[in-house]
Write a protein that binds this ligand. Structure first.
Ligand code: GRF
Length: 198
């Protein structure tokens, strides 16, 4: 079994999807800890409700000293002995110093069809560009933001009248399909990208 740590910053809906799938038969991953960078992250309660240990490492006391913040994260993780990390709505940028310790063992979900729209506000940018489809990607985390090998993508049509909010809501539904499916394959050693269409 692979011990899976999940990092969140907010509601953790992707984390919940991952936890619920790991609770189903045949999954070679097991959740070992959910880490949040703020104590108000709604996902913390949802993890606790599912019996998963949680830990908070608030980034604010480190006021910009990213290395110190990341050292605190590493210290917090040690007792849970994770084999890999899933970033799930984690809104802090991690430096290469931390990422290099998890090469090939840290994945992330991003709400765009990478390599398009790295960074923030992806839904608004896809709409502004007049794209006919959007979606989400799960990728291995490398030092370059929202880069790294693609492990899966879900394609979502853009509909007439879509707003960033309506599009984000449809993409989020597909995130909850894609991320668990990719994690299930990843812990089994599979790296062939999974492509989903809606
Ligand atoms: C989602 O759009 C996800 O793609 C991005 O953060 C947003 C919130 O995710 N990474 P969650 O509900 O906290 O999992």
């Amino acid at each position: 079994m692979m011990r899976v740590a999940m990092f969140i910053s907010g509601g953790g809906s992707n984390m919940v999807a991952l936890l619920d799938d790991m609770a189903r038969a045949g999954h070679q991953g097991m959740p070992c800890v959910v880490l949040a960078n703020n104590a108000n992250a709604g996902g913390l309660i949802r993890a606790q409700e599912r019996g998963v240990p949680t830990v908070v490492v608030d980034h604010r006391p480190f006021s910009g000293d990213r290395a110190a913040f990341e050292a605190a994260i590493s210290d917090a993780l040690t007792p849970f002995a994770p084999d890999m990390i899933c970033l799930a709505g984690f809104m802090r940028v991690l430096t290469g110093g931390f990422i290099d310790q998890w090469t090939g063992r840290m994945i992330n979900i991003h709400p765009s069809l990478l390599p398009k729209y790295k960074g923030l506000h992806t839904h608004a940018r896809a709409l502004a560009a007049g794209d006919t489809e959007h979606g989400c990607s799960v990728h291995e985390v490398t030092a370059a933001l929202d880069d790294g090998p693609i492990l899966g993508q879900a394609h979502v049509p853009i509909l007439d009248g879509d707003t960033p909010e309506t599009l984000a809501a449809r993409v989020l539904v597909q995130e909850h399909r894609l991320y668990p499916a990719v994690l299930r394959r990843f812990v089994a050693g599979e790296r062939e990208p999974l492509i989903l269409h809606t």
